[in-house]
Write a protein that binds this ligand. Structure first.
Ligand SMILES: C[S@@+](CC[C@H](N)C(=O)[O-])C[C@H]1O[C@@H](n2cnc3c(N)ncnc32)[C@H](O)[C@@H]1O
Length: 238
């Protein structure tokens, strides 16, 4: 994995969201993943151009009024804004992203949406600046495959979750119908291809980190290459 390739690619996405990256982005992408029209109408249109979702983690389980949520690899903050609508003024939403331009966009988007319960940190999901047991739910969308060590990321998610808290995430995984096509150009890690795992391997890593009820809920239409497919998972901290 090359960190500068990740920073370069996601700085480009943060500054030029309409560019063709070879994978779906934008409002139509959100609609294709079933993001609700009520959320789309409730947020300024420009925010939706930055939707790089590879699935819909909000289908994995409910966010409740008053919950504290952490989004790791939050990008330009689309899911932070949706989470904020769902938890309301009595809830809190935290985002962590390693790309400074994404962090700036996420803060700007929270501000133009008038959502004051969102806090965005620049940092790595290897060590999110969040206290032990501080959040009820961790969400993530298209980011965990970019981690060099998924073990570290899952143990950090476990650390920040309260007992009984949930992880709901969408990510790219290996398409087991097309394993021969595994690629690898030098920037395919940053493009959500080379860092992907098979769903069973991800579930094993979640269990090794201490999670229970770890499961693949669904796969979807999203592709970053012929050898990958979008998927949504849930897991619970006992
Ligand atoms: C495909 S984008 C998805 C963004 C957002 N979740 C969305 O759905 O629009 C992946 C994001 O992961 C972030 N990322 C990559 N490596 C990271 C790391 N080590 N720690 C935190 N964020 C990271 C990138 O900066 C980028 O914003």
């Amino acid at each position: 994995m090359s960190n500068h390739l990740i920073l370069d690619l996601y700085t480009e996405l943060a500054t030029n969201p309409d560019k063709n990256f070879g994978w779906d982005t934008g409002l139509q992408n959100a609609r294709n993943h079933g993001y609700k029209e009520a959320w789309i109408e409730a947020l300024p249109e420009e925010i939706w151009s930055y939707c790089a979702a590879v699935g819909n983690p909000f289908n994995a389980g409910e966010l409740h009024e008053g919950d504290s949520i952490l989004d790791i690899g939050c990008g330009a903050g689309v899911d932070l804004c949706v989470a904020s609508l769902l938890v309301g003024d009595s809830g809190n939403v935290f985002g962590v992203d390693v790309t400074p331009a994404m962090v700036e966009k996420a803060k700007y988007h929270a501000a133009i949406a008038g959502l004051s319960n969102i806090t965005v940190y620049e940092g790595s999901f290897d060590r999110p600046p969040i206290g032990d047991g501080a959040v009820d739910i961790v969400i993530s969308n298209g980011a965990i495959n970019l981690a060099g060590s998924k073990e570290v990321v899952f143990s950090e998610i476990y650390r920040v979750l309260t007992n009984g808290g949930y992880l709901y995430f969408s990510d790219m995984i290996k398409d087991e119908n097309n394993l021969e096509e595994i690629c690898c150009s030098k920037d395919s890690w940053a493009n959500c291809v080379a860092g992907t795992l098979k769903s069973d391997d991800l579930i094993q890593l979640l269990e090794a980190a201490g999670f229970v009820d770890a499961k693949l809920l669904s796969t979807n239409h999203y592709k970053t290459s012929s050898s990958t497919v979008g998927a949504t998972f849930s897991a619970r901290k006992p």
